[in-house]
Design a protein around this ligand. Sequence first.
Ligand code: SF4
Length: 245
Amino acid sequence: MTMSVSQLRVHKIESMGTLDGPGIRTVVFLQGCLLHCGYCHNADTWQATGGEWMETDALFDLIMHNRAYFKKRGGVTFSGGEPLLQAKALLPLVKRLKEEDIHVAVDTSGAIWNDAVEALFPYIDLVLLDVKHTNALAYSALTGGRLSHTILFLERLKEAAKPYWIRQVIIAGITDSPLQVKILDALTASPFREKIELLPYHNMGEHKWSPETLPFKIVAHETSDEVIEELYKAIGVTNDAESTI
Ligand code: SF4
């Protein structure tokens, strides 16, 4: 078995997550983000210098401790922030997890592609790709980043035949039109897409916002279940529980 002495900058860890990938998962939120989404619930993950250093050996032990809960479908999800900013340090840990047959998912905006991400890629079982918007100008206004980076990432997923889920936060007046969601559906379709998740915007995490950390904060009302249901219908999915397509 490979041993590792590297460290990761960790924001927080959820031992029994059920929202970020299949089954019950240990969700490791890594520190640092490339984007500055106007609706971010985790603005305190943005600074790469925040969070706490954690040895990957300790993280490995913690994940293995939770293994009994994973059963057939669960595993570990690396989220953030943007977990792929720490792809180089993640690689030895993920290799060890794969040696133990642990299912590994990554929750990313797809805003980063470099040699370290490419090296990590073969060891990832599932990518949760968050496509913030399908219009390039709106994407930049919403996140400060570029849609073209996410599209490039999506192409890499398809080339590698990598299973992926598409996610998008539905915000009133920004992403909540049926047309926008239909474009999302068409843009991201492939035999390797397992699911589309439309996530309702909510005001959680508002207490973390300040003019310094989130200067272009979005103020919107929370997205209702009815709106989400209508948007699923627009792409031929009858409800959230059936969003596997
Ligand atoms: S990708 Fe956007 S929503 Fe996610 S942590 Fe970064 S700024 Fe926040």
